[in-house]
Design a protein around this ligand. Sequence first.
Ligand SMILES: Cc1cc2nc3c(=O)[nH]c(=O)nc-3n(C[C@H](O)[C@H](O)[C@H](O)COP(=O)(O)O)c2cc1C
Length: 320
Amino acid sequence: MKLALAPIQGMTIAHYRNLYADIFGSIDKYYAPFIATTNPIKASTSLFRDILPESNSSTINIVPQLLSNNGSDFRSFASTIVNMGYKEINWNIGCPYPMVTKKKKGSGILPYPDMIKEFLDEVCLDKSYNLTVKMRLGLNNLDEGIKAIELLNDYPLKGVIIHGRTGIQKYEGSVDLDSFEVLYSSCKHEITYNGDIFSYADFKNISERFPTINNFMLGRGALRDPFLASTIKGISIPTVEKIVKLRDFHDGIYKHYKNILSGDKHLCDKMKEFWMYMSFHIDPSGKFIKKVKKCRTNKAYLDITNQIFDSMLKELYLTR
Ligand SMILES: Cc1cc2nc3c(=O)[nH]c(=O)nc-3n(C[C@H](O)[C@H](O)[C@H](O)COP(=O)(O)O)c2cc1C
């Protein structure tokens, strides 16, 4: 069984992935957030900054992802990525955000099988890397997903990741496992399941329902609980060690953003995003996150985070 970390724009950047792998591990593949292709003449090298080999640990398996509906632009971007040494490139046809879908990109391409075919006819001429796809059930409905899968079956893909919601659902409601099953059973490529695995119990339910699936992608669940992957893999970590790891992870992320962001406000805002995920398990009552949200200065922010980790340790020793 293989676990992948989902790409989450703004969060799972190179530094996050490197630290995550180093501190928590148990993830087999890290998908980088999408790079939107443009006309190659207009493409700046900064677009590729997040996947530059010098910014990424050579010991972790990283898959760059492209958002595109233009085969020729995709090929040009793919060639740059292959020259960096990558062996797999993922095509994002799952992004649900209207500013993307209205341009017929992300899940916005799913209602247009002719565009998917034209794109793949062009892109699959290049055999210098493995192409994988990350998609949703459709933009508006499952019929779109079924037509897309029938098309994908005709191309030499190395895998398809399916998130069990339509694009218009964004992240609302729950994943539709019956519809996922329809796509899964009609897809001839290796499937990775993605969607709403927030706990070991969620993983167990899904893996019991789909016992032949060997690949799972964890997104928000792994950001909220960075020990989710190790729990799924049956690795148990003592609580005190977990607290030390969480603190190291936090400190590493904080240090990175302190170096690259200017001004206390930007830094505090970025760290609030980090805590929006991390506070789920660490601070279920919401007591600390409320204070984190109010921080305007580094000093106030550091005081609160010290309190968070100190209180975790105190609680641990009091319950012993
Ligand atoms: C803020 C945010 C940013 C995301 N960015 C990307 C992205 O760059 N590429 C992508 O394929 N999916 C992206 N996703 C979708 C996730 O990779 C994943 O498919 C989604 O969160 C569902 O998985 P989960 O229920 O395990 O979180 C993003 C999701 C969120 C919430």
